[in-house]
Design a protein around this ligand. Structure first.
Ligand SMILES: Cc1cc2nc3c(=O)[nH]c(=O)nc-3n(C[C@H](O)[C@H](O)[C@H](O)COP(=O)(O)OP(=O)(O)OC[C@H]3O[C@@H](n4cnc5c(N)ncnc54)[C@H](O)[C@@H]3O)c2cc1C
Length: 475
């Protein structure tokens, strides 16, 4: 029997909402003040009653969810918008592979994390794209091929998380890592040694899964927040990229335009690409944090010190997928299957996908240093390792896979990682510093710039909307 591990579901939603710091209240006030200024500016602009059909020109760099959302909002507001995209497709980290025609594979994001009040769910409804519910509540867990008692595991996890959450709100632990915080929490939870070990591994795994980084790299304060998203989690049987494809339909999107340099001139901004130069009144940069961390795009003048600091202290995590396709299903009918006791990783997580497409497929999701290690393997070694792990649970019942698909997001030159995380030295203002405009000419959006929903699709969408509002407010 499968028992829901509600604590884990709580974690998934909490970490994917990328919570902010305990001192958030001050930020909310600041945010509200800033919003009033923007609304005031917007009212002033409309009161002036511009009669021209275009309000000015904007170049949007990047055709992911953030860029396409902003581009649509700006075009609707009367701006002349051109989107410059390095890839030969739109969507960015929404990337659906259709080489298995009966089972589109989302190589990037899969889930809308909580559909209640989620702007991505609203977009889905507007475009009439179908989704299926795929919560992460029903979990089966194994160690050495034996089922772990789910009720005992749930109780252990609850005890560990409660102790960790209590520590997380204390200022003296502001720079303590999840790894160190877990050790402290386990001291308080008084679990038997084997259960404590399992919980240590669980916390490591959950951190790698949620942030694409290791427990040593993530601050404990993320436990002291309450930004869980509400409602079912859903996935797209026909592919998540249906949303970005639809968003791009009416826009002037220039694919295969790799931006190299952005320079502010007196009353315009010049953008150099490998296909020539473009000029506009303003530029909105939505490239991933991983790209900003390199000098792939240079800025003139150089970016302000606070922004450079934020680019350094925020981390770019890694999260990869291995899809395995079989001729029949041999796994449990659970949302997620966890496997402990493997030599090469703290916990292996498997997500059965047969419910989504009807095809007997399972996907392994790996984050942090585990994902980085696996990226050094070729496909054959990656699949062999995964098959060994599956056979440790189901033995001879596991046939050879018919096909596989592996992602390697850290080597993707236009992502250089999967999603951003708060580094151990991050401070609460880092994401705002990353989002701050430069001289009201260069603007920044993208998941990493969103204060409370970074690392998600809805965070990207909201950041694009935020910057479109900011630009519109300037007239
Ligand atoms: C494996 C994986 C799983 C994930 N799972 C989920 C999930 O289940 N749910 C969820 O909510 N989120 C998930 N995410 C995160 C989510 O995909 C991202 O937060 C979101 O898609 C980011 O959108 P964005 O517009 O900020 O960036 P992007 O989608 O990366 O868009 C930026 C664009 O900029 C372009 N670009 C880069 N460099 C240049 C250049 N020099 N010139 C021109 N263009 C350039 C890129 O090609 C890209 O198209 C996942 C991500 C990954 C990788």
């Amino acid at each position: 029997m499968s028992v829901p591990l509600e604590v884990d579901a709580y974690w998934k939603r909490a970490v994917h909402s990328r919570p902010s710091h305990p001192k958030r209240k001050d930020k909310v006030v600041a945010h509200l003040n800033r919003r009033s200024v923007l609304i005031g500016a917007a009212l002033t602009a409309s009161a002036c009653g511009s009669t021209s059909t275009t309000k000015g020109s904007v170049l949007v760099i990047g055709a992911g969810m953030a860029g396409l959302t902003a581009a649509n909002d700006l075009a609707r507001a009367g701006y002349q918008v051109t989107v410059l995209e390095a890839r030969d497709r739109t969507g960015g980290r929404l990337c659906t592979d259709r080489s298995w025609p009966d089972a589109p594979l989302d190589l990037g994001a899969s889930w809308i994390h909580g559909i209640d009040g989620n702007p991505v769910a609203e977009l889905r409804d507007k475009f009439g794209v179908s989704t299926v519910v795929f919560n992460q509540d029903v979990v089966t867990a194994y160690s050495g091929g034996q089922r772990i008692d789910p009720e005992a595991m749930q109780a252990d996890l609850m005890a560990t998380m409660t102790a960790a959450a209590d520590l997380a709100t204390r200022p003296e632990y502001a720079h303590t890592s999840v790894a160190a915080g877990t050790d402290l929490a386990l001291d308080r939870a008084h679990l038997p040694a084997d259960a404590a070990d399992r919980m240590r591994n669980t916390m490591r795994h959950l951190t790698q899964d949620g942030f694409g980084a290791d427990a040593e790299q993530i601050p404990l304060w993320i436990f002291g927040t309450d930004h869980a998203e509400a409602g079912d989690q859903v996935v797209f049987p026909g592919g998540y990229d249906q949303l970005t494809t639809r968003l791009a339909t009416e826009l002037d999107v220039r694919l295969r335009h790799v931006v190299r340099h952005i320079a502010i001139h007196e009353s315009s901004v010049r953008v150099e690409t490998d296909q020539g130069s473009f000029s506009a009144d303003r530029v909105l940069v939505t490239v991933p944090l991983g790209v900003l961390k390199t000098d792939a795009i240079t800025f003139d003048p150089p970016l302000p010190a606070a922004k450079q600091q934020a680019i350094r202290t925020l981390g770019m995590g890694l999260y990869n997928k291995l899809f395995l396709r079989f001729d029949h299903r041999f796994w449990d009918d659970a949302d997620m299957i966890l496997e402990y006791g493997l030599a090469q990783e703290p916990v292996a997580a498997w997500f059965p996908l047969h419910r989504v497409s009807g095809v007997p497929m399972i996907v392994a999701l790996r984050g942090g240093s585990v994902a980085r290690r696996i990226e050094t393997l070729d496909d054959t070694a990656t699949v062999t390792e995964a098959m060994t792990a599956l056979r440790a649970i189901w033995g001879d019942r596991v046939p050879e896979p018919l096909a596989h698909k592996v992602t390697r997001w850290s080597t993707d030159p236009y992502a250089l990682g999967s999603y951003s995380y708060p580094g151990i030295d991050s401070v609460p203002g880092d994401r705002d510093a990353l989002a701050a405009p430069v001289a009201d000419r260069i603007f920044f959006a993208g998941e990493a710039t969103h204060d409370t929903a970074a690392a998600t699709v809805h965070g990207a969408l909201l950041s694009g909307r935020r910057e479109a509002t900011r630009i519109t407010a300037l007239g």
